[in-house]
Ligand binder design. Structure first.
Ligand SMILES: [Zn+2]
Ligand SMILES: [Zn+2]
Length: 282
Protein backbone atom coordinates (compact mmCIF):
# COMPACT_ATOMS: atom_id res chain seq x y z
CA UNK A 1 0.00 0.00 0.00
CA UNK A 2 1.08 3.58 -0.60
CA UNK A 3 1.13 6.24 2.12
CA UNK A 4 2.26 9.83 2.33
CA UNK A 5 1.67 13.44 3.22
CA UNK A 6 0.95 16.71 1.56
CA UNK A 7 4.55 17.98 1.39
CA UNK A 8 6.16 21.37 0.93
CA UNK A 9 7.63 22.59 -2.38
CA UNK A 10 9.36 25.61 -0.84
CA UNK A 11 12.54 26.20 -2.85
CA UNK A 12 11.28 24.40 -5.96
CA UNK A 13 8.86 21.64 -6.92
CA UNK A 14 11.60 18.98 -6.72
CA UNK A 15 12.12 19.84 -3.04
CA UNK A 16 8.93 17.86 -2.36
CA UNK A 17 11.01 14.69 -2.51
CA UNK A 18 13.34 15.86 0.28
CA UNK A 19 10.43 16.19 2.68
CA UNK A 20 8.89 12.98 1.28
CA UNK A 21 12.05 11.11 2.25
CA UNK A 22 12.10 12.52 5.78
CA UNK A 23 8.44 11.59 6.14
CA UNK A 24 8.88 8.05 4.71
CA UNK A 25 6.35 8.65 1.93
CA UNK A 26 5.57 6.40 -1.01
CA UNK A 27 2.91 8.82 -2.27
CA UNK A 28 2.72 12.61 -1.95
CA UNK A 29 0.51 15.58 -2.60
CA UNK A 30 1.80 19.04 -3.55
CA UNK A 31 0.66 22.49 -4.61
CA UNK A 32 2.24 23.79 -7.82
CA UNK A 33 1.85 27.46 -6.86
CA UNK A 34 0.63 29.60 -4.02
CA UNK A 35 -2.78 28.15 -3.05
CA UNK A 36 -4.16 31.62 -2.28
CA UNK A 37 -3.33 33.18 -5.66
CA UNK A 38 -5.04 33.23 -9.03
CA UNK A 39 -1.76 33.60 -10.91
CA UNK A 40 -0.10 30.31 -11.83
CA UNK A 41 3.71 30.27 -12.00
CA UNK A 42 5.35 28.94 -15.13
CA UNK A 43 7.47 25.85 -14.68
CA UNK A 44 10.59 25.71 -16.83
CA UNK A 45 11.81 22.60 -18.68
CA UNK A 46 14.74 22.53 -16.30
CA UNK A 47 12.44 22.42 -13.27
CA UNK A 48 10.40 19.63 -14.85
CA UNK A 49 13.60 17.67 -15.43
CA UNK A 50 14.72 18.22 -11.83
CA UNK A 51 11.34 17.08 -10.55
CA UNK A 52 11.34 13.90 -12.62
CA UNK A 53 14.92 13.04 -11.64
CA UNK A 54 14.18 13.63 -7.95
CA UNK A 55 11.14 11.36 -8.16
CA UNK A 56 13.14 8.65 -9.90
CA UNK A 57 15.64 8.75 -7.03
CA UNK A 58 12.90 8.56 -4.41
CA UNK A 59 10.47 5.95 -3.09
CA UNK A 60 7.49 8.01 -4.23
CA UNK A 61 5.26 6.06 -6.61
CA UNK A 62 2.31 8.44 -6.82
CA UNK A 63 2.14 12.23 -7.00
CA UNK A 64 -1.12 14.10 -6.60
CA UNK A 65 -1.28 17.83 -7.37
CA UNK A 66 -3.81 19.72 -5.24
CA UNK A 67 -5.36 22.81 -6.82
CA UNK A 68 -5.21 26.29 -5.32
CA UNK A 69 -8.10 27.09 -2.95
CA UNK A 70 -9.69 29.74 -5.17
CA UNK A 71 -11.35 27.99 -8.14
CA UNK A 72 -15.12 27.54 -7.92
CA UNK A 73 -16.40 25.58 -10.93
CA UNK A 74 -19.97 25.53 -9.49
CA UNK A 75 -20.36 29.27 -8.84
CA UNK A 76 -23.59 31.09 -9.75
CA UNK A 77 -21.36 33.80 -11.30
CA UNK A 78 -20.28 33.07 -14.88
CA UNK A 79 -17.21 35.31 -14.48
CA UNK A 80 -15.96 33.27 -11.52
CA UNK A 81 -16.63 29.99 -13.34
CA UNK A 82 -14.58 31.21 -16.31
CA UNK A 83 -11.72 32.37 -14.12
CA UNK A 84 -11.85 29.00 -12.34
CA UNK A 85 -11.76 27.10 -15.61
CA UNK A 86 -8.63 28.96 -16.67
CA UNK A 87 -6.94 28.36 -13.32
CA UNK A 88 -7.84 24.65 -13.34
CA UNK A 89 -6.55 24.34 -16.91
CA UNK A 90 -3.24 26.10 -16.09
CA UNK A 91 -2.60 23.89 -13.07
CA UNK A 92 -3.72 20.68 -14.82
CA UNK A 93 -1.17 21.49 -17.52
CA UNK A 94 1.62 21.69 -14.91
CA UNK A 95 0.40 18.50 -13.23
CA UNK A 96 0.57 16.68 -16.57
CA UNK A 97 3.95 18.16 -17.46
CA UNK A 98 5.62 17.00 -14.24
CA UNK A 99 4.14 13.52 -14.70
CA UNK A 100 1.70 13.68 -11.76
CA UNK A 101 -0.87 10.91 -11.35
CA UNK A 102 -3.75 13.28 -10.86
CA UNK A 103 -4.93 16.84 -10.39
CA UNK A 104 -7.20 17.16 -7.34
CA UNK A 105 -9.72 19.97 -6.85
CA UNK A 106 -12.96 20.77 -5.05
CA UNK A 107 -16.27 21.34 -6.81
CA UNK A 108 -16.85 24.69 -5.09
CA UNK A 109 -20.12 26.23 -3.95
CA UNK A 110 -23.29 27.76 -5.31
CA UNK A 111 -25.35 30.44 -3.59
CA UNK A 112 -28.56 29.74 -5.52
CA UNK A 113 -29.13 25.99 -5.29
CA UNK A 114 -27.36 22.66 -5.16
CA UNK A 115 -29.07 21.63 -8.36
CA UNK A 116 -27.69 24.66 -10.21
CA UNK A 117 -24.28 24.09 -8.61
CA UNK A 118 -24.17 20.51 -9.85
CA UNK A 119 -25.17 21.62 -13.37
CA UNK A 120 -22.43 24.28 -13.42
CA UNK A 121 -19.83 21.86 -12.05
CA UNK A 122 -20.66 19.40 -14.83
CA UNK A 123 -20.43 22.04 -17.56
CA UNK A 124 -17.16 23.53 -16.25
CA UNK A 125 -15.51 20.13 -15.79
CA UNK A 126 -16.59 18.83 -19.19
CA UNK A 127 -15.02 21.95 -20.71
CA UNK A 128 -11.86 21.43 -18.61
CA UNK A 129 -11.57 17.90 -20.00
CA UNK A 130 -12.00 19.18 -23.56
CA UNK A 131 -9.39 21.90 -23.10
CA UNK A 132 -6.77 19.51 -21.72
CA UNK A 133 -7.64 16.38 -23.67
CA UNK A 134 -5.11 16.64 -26.46
CA UNK A 135 -2.01 18.02 -24.80
CA UNK A 136 -2.36 17.60 -21.04
CA UNK A 137 -4.64 14.65 -20.31
CA UNK A 138 -3.88 14.36 -16.59
CA UNK A 139 -6.52 12.56 -14.52
CA UNK A 140 -8.94 15.20 -13.21
CA UNK A 141 -9.82 14.29 -9.64
CA UNK A 142 -12.86 15.61 -7.76
CA UNK A 143 -12.56 15.72 -3.98
CA UNK A 144 -15.58 15.48 -1.71
CA UNK A 145 -16.23 18.64 0.30
CA UNK A 146 -16.93 19.31 3.96
CA UNK A 147 -20.49 20.47 3.42
CA UNK A 148 -20.55 23.98 4.91
CA UNK A 149 -21.92 27.06 3.11
CA UNK A 150 -23.69 25.59 0.05
CA UNK A 151 -20.68 23.50 -0.91
CA UNK A 152 -21.15 21.21 -3.90
CA UNK A 153 -20.01 17.57 -3.74
CA UNK A 154 -20.28 16.93 -0.01
CA UNK A 155 -22.34 13.75 -0.33
CA UNK A 156 -21.70 10.61 -2.37
CA UNK A 157 -25.11 11.21 -4.01
CA UNK A 158 -24.03 14.67 -5.20
CA UNK A 159 -20.67 13.39 -6.45
CA UNK A 160 -22.67 10.67 -8.23
CA UNK A 161 -24.91 13.28 -9.86
CA UNK A 162 -21.84 15.16 -11.15
CA UNK A 163 -20.26 11.90 -12.33
CA UNK A 164 -23.41 11.08 -14.28
CA UNK A 165 -23.08 14.32 -16.26
CA UNK A 166 -19.38 13.97 -17.10
CA UNK A 167 -18.91 13.01 -20.73
CA UNK A 168 -15.36 11.73 -21.07
CA UNK A 169 -15.39 9.57 -17.92
CA UNK A 170 -11.91 8.11 -18.40
CA UNK A 171 -10.48 11.59 -17.74
CA UNK A 172 -12.02 11.78 -14.25
CA UNK A 173 -11.61 10.19 -10.85
CA UNK A 174 -12.29 10.90 -7.16
CA UNK A 175 -10.56 11.57 -3.86
CA UNK A 176 -12.49 10.90 -0.66
CA UNK A 177 -11.38 12.90 2.36
CA UNK A 178 -12.30 11.16 5.63
CA UNK A 179 -12.55 14.40 7.65
CA UNK A 180 -14.80 16.00 5.02
CA UNK A 181 -17.03 12.90 4.87
CA UNK A 182 -17.36 12.69 8.64
CA UNK A 183 -18.20 16.35 9.25
CA UNK A 184 -20.68 16.16 6.34
CA UNK A 185 -22.54 13.42 8.20
CA UNK A 186 -21.04 10.22 6.75
CA UNK A 187 -20.15 8.07 9.75
CA UNK A 188 -16.88 6.12 9.48
CA UNK A 189 -16.47 4.75 12.97
CA UNK A 190 -17.55 1.13 12.50
CA UNK A 191 -16.90 -1.67 10.03
CA UNK A 192 -20.55 -1.40 8.98
CA UNK A 193 -20.12 2.33 8.22
CA UNK A 194 -17.09 1.67 6.02
CA UNK A 195 -18.85 -1.12 4.08
CA UNK A 196 -21.95 1.05 3.61
CA UNK A 197 -19.82 3.92 2.29
CA UNK A 198 -17.89 1.75 -0.14
CA UNK A 199 -20.98 0.01 -1.48
CA UNK A 200 -22.73 3.34 -2.00
CA UNK A 201 -19.70 4.76 -3.82
CA UNK A 202 -19.45 1.61 -5.90
CA UNK A 203 -23.13 1.75 -6.83
CA UNK A 204 -23.27 5.47 -7.68
CA UNK A 205 -19.81 5.93 -9.22
CA UNK A 206 -17.73 2.75 -9.17
CA UNK A 207 -14.81 1.92 -6.87
CA UNK A 208 -12.39 1.74 -9.81
CA UNK A 209 -12.77 5.53 -10.04
CA UNK A 210 -11.64 6.09 -6.45
CA UNK A 211 -8.08 7.29 -7.06
CA UNK A 212 -6.93 8.61 -3.67
CA UNK A 213 -7.99 8.86 -0.04
CA UNK A 214 -7.17 11.89 2.09
CA UNK A 215 -6.87 10.31 5.50
CA UNK A 216 -7.45 12.86 8.23
CA UNK A 217 -9.10 12.64 11.62
CA UNK A 218 -11.74 15.28 12.36
CA UNK A 219 -11.49 17.86 15.13
CA UNK A 220 -15.27 18.33 15.18
CA UNK A 221 -18.17 15.87 15.35
CA UNK A 222 -20.24 13.89 12.88
CA UNK A 223 -22.28 16.28 10.72
CA UNK A 224 -20.73 19.38 12.32
CA UNK A 225 -19.83 20.82 8.87
CA UNK A 226 -16.63 22.19 10.42
CA UNK A 227 -13.56 21.30 8.39
CA UNK A 228 -10.68 21.09 10.84
CA UNK A 229 -8.32 18.16 10.35
CA UNK A 230 -6.90 16.32 13.37
CA UNK A 231 -4.00 13.90 13.72
CA UNK A 232 -4.86 10.22 13.28
CA UNK A 233 -6.56 8.83 16.38
CA UNK A 234 -6.76 12.24 18.04
CA UNK A 235 -10.09 13.37 16.60
CA UNK A 236 -13.72 12.35 16.49
CA UNK A 237 -13.31 9.51 13.96
CA UNK A 238 -10.77 7.60 16.02
CA UNK A 239 -8.54 4.63 15.34
CA UNK A 240 -11.23 1.94 14.97
CA UNK A 241 -12.78 3.47 11.84
CA UNK A 242 -9.36 4.04 10.27
CA UNK A 243 -8.38 0.45 10.92
CA UNK A 244 -11.37 -0.82 8.94
CA UNK A 245 -10.59 1.59 6.14
CA UNK A 246 -6.93 0.56 6.01
CA UNK A 247 -7.59 -3.17 6.09
CA UNK A 248 -10.46 -3.23 3.59
CA UNK A 249 -9.24 -5.30 0.63
CA UNK A 250 -11.15 -3.06 -1.80
CA UNK A 251 -8.84 -0.17 -0.94
CA UNK A 252 -5.47 -1.88 -1.00
CA UNK A 253 -4.48 -0.19 -4.27
CA UNK A 254 -5.68 3.29 -3.29
CA UNK A 255 -2.92 5.63 -2.00
CA UNK A 256 -3.61 7.26 1.39
CA UNK A 257 -2.47 10.88 1.76
CA UNK A 258 -2.31 12.65 5.12
CA UNK A 259 -3.28 16.33 5.44
CA UNK A 260 -3.02 16.32 9.22
CA UNK A 261 -1.70 19.17 11.40
CA UNK A 262 2.10 19.41 11.52
CA UNK A 263 4.27 20.04 14.53
CA UNK A 264 7.06 21.87 12.70
CA UNK A 265 9.34 18.93 13.39
CA UNK A 266 9.46 16.22 10.71
CA UNK A 267 10.52 13.52 13.17
CA UNK A 268 7.41 14.14 15.30
CA UNK A 269 5.27 14.41 12.18
CA UNK A 270 6.15 10.81 11.31
CA UNK A 271 3.70 9.66 13.98
CA UNK A 272 0.67 9.73 11.66
CA UNK A 273 2.21 7.74 8.78
CA UNK A 274 3.61 5.20 11.19
CA UNK A 275 0.16 4.63 12.69
CA UNK A 276 -1.24 4.04 9.17
CA UNK A 277 1.52 1.59 8.25
CA UNK A 278 1.08 -0.27 11.52
CA UNK A 279 -2.70 -0.49 11.28
CA UNK A 280 -2.61 -1.68 7.68
CA UNK A 281 0.01 -4.34 8.51
CA UNK A 282 2.13 -2.75 5.82
ZN1 LIG B 1 -8.51 16.77 1.53
ZN1 LIG C 1 -10.25 19.76 4.60
Amino acid sequence: MLFGYHVSTAGGLHKAFDEAKELECTAIQIFVGSPQMWATPTVSDKEVEKFKTAQKNSNVKKVLVHSAYLPNPSSHKASLRNLSLKKLKDEAKIAYTIGADGYNFHCGSNQDSNQQGVAHAIATLNRLAELTDEKWPVKLILENDAGAGNRIGDTIEELGAIWKGLKNKKRFGFTLDTCHMFVSGIDLRTKKDISALLSKFDKLIGLTHLEFIHINDAKFGLGSKKDRHANIGEGEIGLTGFKYLLTNSKLKNVPFILETPRTGNLKSDLKDIRILKKMSNY
